[in-house]
Design a protein around this ligand. Structure first.
Ligand code: HEM
Length: 357
């Protein structure tokens, strides 16, 4: 005990020193963000890669992809917050009502100094800083207020075909298939609240609080279970009990032109971090002119480090892989020891409120 305490006391000045160094490098125009960063990290996310962080990350995508050269929409403009009555009624935005309930009070608290689009991307960028293994993403601010709600039908659905999603991502964000798969790294820290009626926080992989490559491993396993009764639109069988698998993720891992891209992320943490960070920043600029924005990346803290390697969950092996990529074999990975795992649901942000009441 004494030893641990001494070690902590010695480590503290180093940690504080690093935090102070980082803050000292924040440009003057971005300094006003620092207390907001602290508020969101401590009070919205409670410094955890949990439901509130997952929701804030999903919100960035559903805001930003609301743009189309023909149909219009303002992209990464915060319209999903301001025009939530319209946008939350879109089927693809199911479940985001809870997210808006959770982040809404923080948005309102800081609305006099932060535009809706800047808030969405500050919160999304910070959500990543709670997840071990996530990259430190870039943040630009200065987005004007949104002018209108996004049109409907611009956010991909989990039952859309690979072709349809790739075409939408190309039209909305000029994203290549490689960038789309990189963005789907986000499903490493994610779960479903609405896909399976009556079930909330059903994770997409066995490690929903770590930004690791398990999503790429586990979606490639042969599906043998449903969590819940099964048969829901956009859901297919999963390989790990307690998790659920989106039909779209399943198909991306098994179709050209994305199957080999999907596999290339397995146990490639650096590739996942670098490519996700680049695609996420590109997404944060949709509908915006980067030259009109200020680079405030220095306010984003680094995520806790993660040094683990990819694995097969207990009792599963290379034999459970549904090989799809024709030009490279799925890597061989160690199997975690122990009996087959049943991954627990992700505790929901509003569970705390329930406990308090
Ligand atoms: C491109 C096609 C995509 C499809 C079809 C898709 C679909 C979905 C679906 C159906 C859910 C579950 C929603 C629920 O039931 O609560 C979900 C969750 C999530 N998605 Fe995606 N998604 C896509 C891309 C993205 C991207 C690009 C990001 C972020 C960069 C993202 C981040 C998330 C996160 C973080 C969650 C978890 C939310 C939570 O746990 O509360 N998704 N996605």
């Amino acid at each position: 005990m004494f030893k641990t305490l001494t070690a902590l006391l010695f480590a503290l000045p180093v940690v504080l020193g690093r935090a102070i160094d980082r803050r000292a490098s924040v440009p003057a125009q971005c300094a006003f963000l620092l207390p907001i960063v602290d508020d969101l990290m401590d009070n919205l996310f409670e410094n955890e890669c949990g439901d509130a962080a997952h929701g804030a990350l999903r919100l960035t995508f559903h805001d930003a992809i609301g743009i189309d050269p023909v149909l219009g929409g303002g992209g990464a403009d915060g319209s999903i917050v301001i025009f939530n009555e319209t946008e939350l009624a879109f089927e693809a935005n199911d479940g985001l009502d809870d997210v808006i309930d959770t982040v809404g009070p923080f948005f309102l608290k800081h609305a006099s100094v932060l535009s809706p689009g800047d808030f969405v991307f500050l919160a999304g960028s910070l959500s990543l800083a709670t997840c071990p293994g996530a990259p430190q993403v870039k943040l630009a601010i200065g987005r004007p207020p949104p002018k209108a709600a996004s049109p409907d039908q611009l956010v991909p659905e989990p039952f859309d075909s690979v072709e349809k999603i790739l075409a939408r991502m190309q039209a909305g964000g000029n994203f290549s298939p490689q960038e789309v798969i990189a963005l789907l790294s986000s499903h490493s820290v994610a779960g479903a609240d609405t896909v399976i009626p009556g079930f909330e926080g059903i994770p997409f992989d066995s490690t929903p609080s770590v930004f690791d490559t398990q999503i790429f491993v586990e979606v490639q396993l042969r599906g043998t279970f449903f969590t819940g009764p099964g048969g829901n639109q956009g859901e297919v069988m999963t390989g790990v009990q307690g998790t659920t698998r989106l039909e779209s993720d399943h198909n991306f891992a098994r179709s050209t032109p994305t199957d080999c891209i999907w596999q290339s992320f397995v146990n490639n943490q650096k590739q996942m971090q670098d490519q996700f960070a680049a695609a996420f920043f590109k997404m944060s600029l949709l509908g915006q002119n980067e030259n009109d924005l200020i680079d405030c990346s220095a306010v984003i803290p680094p995520a806790p480090t993660f040094t683990g390697n990819a694995f097969f969950p207990p009792s599963l092996t290379h034999g459970n892989v549904e090989q799809a990529c024709a030009t490279a074999a799925f890597p061989n990975l160690p199997t975690l020891p122990g009996p087959p795992e049943v991954v627990p649901p992700i505790p929901q942000a509003d569970d705390d409120d329930d406990d308090d009441s």
